[in-house]
Design a protein around this ligand. Structure first.
Ligand code: SF4
Length: 479
């Protein structure tokens, strides 16, 4: 079997921009990488804050080092830019600032493209397995010649690991990002490879993240992983933490569609950090691919009733949608209020098609979450009927999607909860319900402080939000 693809695992034990630049430059030379034309660097800045979200994102020193290496190696450059769309509806410029990116961007005099502020353009994709024939991406993504992917090496509660392939979820703005972010998430990740594939990948695995996506616990992995093919890099990434690549469903889908290999025998693994040494080091690396049924524990005031789900390929659980968003939301609350699970009001979270009685405790309130949820029974002496309004992928028109605006989601949840303040239950449709919606509804229904109103976030996040809205409006006026 030929080894067409090469992946390097290089030692790097600290966030030193000069050291990272040297390692990445050496990696580029070894892999024969010469960036040119419109060069776009795509880090992972899903969420950033030096105190409350310190481990979720590609570090500024890493970005700094890769830009230096890119400048040293590039030829015939038209533009070097960094672009990203952060998660949970927070304006990307806010997270860039909290991640310390502006000083790096200024130092290197490169451009920045906040994907939530630029035009979104349709790109046609084809193939027997594609979920839809058209995807919307930010204009700078559609127009770039050389995409450099800079993921953070993190575990992920929806899809086990987020490496090169999964990092592409951040090339879509919220309006399009949440389309198919449900039982079809793994298909969607494979579809995004049909839009564009990176020509160089460097994973920030210096300090990796375990368990959660937004609030990972740090793991000193001490490495930089480099390659030129996402499937090859992700395959090696799986082996680095003793995961069978076949268990990374989006990798399997992407490889089956011809985007790259997923067998180690097909990959030339090099670098100065032997794979076997890494595997020994990560023996206790923690994941969180746990269902929510018992996840929060008997001590918690939050309990979950999980039913069945509409799509046959994953009828027993929805890995890509609401349940994982609930886990992320609760971990965000814990970052602000460590004992939230005991201090919050009693909540039963119901998701999917549930056919059994809920057996609620006194005063326990119910959140029926998501469009696919259905239930019939009695709550506080009243007949209640929750009906599913789920639509499968082919029934969802990607050109007529909701904006998923941060402020609208916050106000919408406040108003919805206020109208139902004397009710023991609320039904929140959406497929998926985003992490931000979970935060907003849990805050209202369980009487917890909303992190978005925390003084550490309130002012910077809101200033960035209004700047983003203004820039988006200005950019929409352009041709
Ligand atoms: S509504 Fe939520 S749980 Fe149901 S299919 Fe959609 S994303 Fe999954």
């Amino acid at each position: 079997m030929g080894k067409e693809h090469k992946v390097l695992i290089m030692r790097c034990d600290k966030y030193d921009a000069a050291k990272i630049a040297g390692i990445v430059k050496e990696g580029m030379q070894h892999l024969g990488v010469t960036p040119s034309g419109r060069i776009l660097l795509k880090p992972n800045v899903v969420l950033a804050h030096p105190e409350v979200f310190p481990y979720a994102f590609t570090r500024k020193e890493f970005l700094d080092g890769v830009i230096s290496a890119t400048k040293a190696q590039a030829q015939d450059v038209d533009e070097i830019a960094v672009g990203e769309r952060s998660g949970i509806t927070v304006a990307t410029r806010s997270n860039f600032k909290l991640a310390g990116y502006p000083e790096v961007i200024k130092k290197h005099k490169i451009k920045v493209h906040y994907f939530d502020e630029v035009k979104q353009v349709p790109v046609s994709i084809s193939g027997a397995e594609v979920l839809r024939n058209r995807l919307f991406v930010p204009q700078p993504v559609a127009e770039c010649d050389f995409l450099i992917n800079l993921p953070k090496f993190n575990a992920h509660p929806w899809s086990r690991l987020t490496l090169s392939l999964k990092n592409f979820i951040g090339i879509q703005d919220d309006r399009h990002r949440l389309v198919d972010h449900n039982q079809f998430l793994e298909h969607k990740i494979a579809d995004l490879q049909a839009v564009i594939q990176p020509k160089f990948i460097a994973i920030d695995a210096i300090r990796a993240g375990q368990r959660m996506m937004l609030t990972p616990t740090p793991f000193d992995m001490g490495a930089i992983v480099m390659g030129t093919n996402s499937c090859a890099v992700d395959t090696v990434g799986c082996h680095m933490v003793n995961v069978d690549p076949h268990d990374l469903i989006h990798l399997r889908f992407a490889s089956q569609r011809g985007f790259g290999p997923m067998e180690l025998e097909q990959i030339d693994v090099g670098g100065d950090f032997p794979l076997t040494e890494m595997q020994a080091k990560t023996r206790n690396f923690e994941f969180c691919l746990e269902r929510i049924d018992d996840y929060f524990g008997a001590e918690s005031n939050l309990s979950c009733t999980v039913g069945s789900f509409p799509e046959k390929h994953s009828a027993d659980y929805c890995w890509g949608g609401c349940p994982g968003a609930l886990q992320e939301a609760m971990h965000i609350f814990r970052g602000f209020y460590p004992h939230v699970h005991k201090e919050m009001g009693r909540i039963r979270y119901v998701v999917g098609k549930v056919e059994e009685p809920l057996d609620l405790a006194d005063g326990e309130r119910v959140i029926f979450a998501g469009s696919c949820t259905s239930w019939e029974g009695e709550i506080a002496g009243k007949d209640v009927q929750i009906e599913s309004s789920y639509k499968t992928a082919s029934e969802v028109d990607e050109t007529r999607t909701q904006s998923n605006d941060m402020l609208m989601k916050f106000l919408g949840a406040q108003w919805h909860a206020l109208r139902n303040r004397s009710s023991r239950y609320i039904h929140v449709p959406g497929c998926p319900l985003s992490v931000a919606q979970h935060v907003n509804y849990l805050a209202s229904m369980a009487k917890i402080g909303n992190p978005i109103l925390d003084p550490r976030l309130l002012i910077p996040v809101n200033i960035a939000y209004y700047q983003m809205r203004f820039k988006r409006f200005v950019n929409s006026l352009g041709g």
